[in-house]
Design a protein around this ligand. Structure first.
Ligand code: FE2
Ligand code: FE2
Length: 142
């Protein structure tokens, strides 16, 4: 699906998130403890290194452009995921059931953003409005 250039950094990070999700699912299906542990650690690391900041940038840059119903849904999903990933990264060894739960929730969240939220934004906002509102959204704050 076509993405406005201003949304592409978010979309690229979604792709990376879905790769981490895929690894967790494959590892769980394999039933091999070492693969499960490696994939689950990878998901926890992805949260700490990339996804937590990704969520913050969405809240800061994307949220103001959303309808009030979309904001409520984004807030609810982000709060739920932050709580789940907070538990995941707090453990010395990621809990396999929790990691799988986090992976499924993250997958569903990314799919919702891509298929509903981004489509809605692109349909409702002009290209220059998106570019202006999202300028700087692809990097960490100074
Ligand atoms: Fe998000
Ligand atoms: Fe996202």
């Amino acid at each position: 699906m076509w993405r406005h250039p201003a949304l592409r950094p978010f979309a690229r990070e979604h792709f990376a998130a879905l790769m981490a999700v895929r690894d967790v699912r494959w590892a769980a299906q394999s039933g091999r403890t070492e693969l499960v542990d490696r994939a689950n650690r990878g998901l926890a690391r992805a949260w700490q290194l990339d996804l937590a900041a990704h969520f913050e940038r969405e809240d800061r840059f994307l949220r103001p452009l959303l309808t009030s119903a979309e904001q409520d849904e984004l807030d609810a999903q982000h709060a739920d995921l932050r709580a789940q990933f907070g538990q995941l990264v707090a453990a010395a060894v990621p809990d396999p059931d929790l990691a799988l739960h986090c992976a499924v929730a993250l997958h569903d969240h990314v799919r919702w953003e891509e298929s509903v939220l981004f489509e809605s934004l692109q349909a409702r906002c002009g290209g220059s409005e998106l570019a202006q509102a999202l300028a700087g959204s692809d990097r960490a704050p100074d």
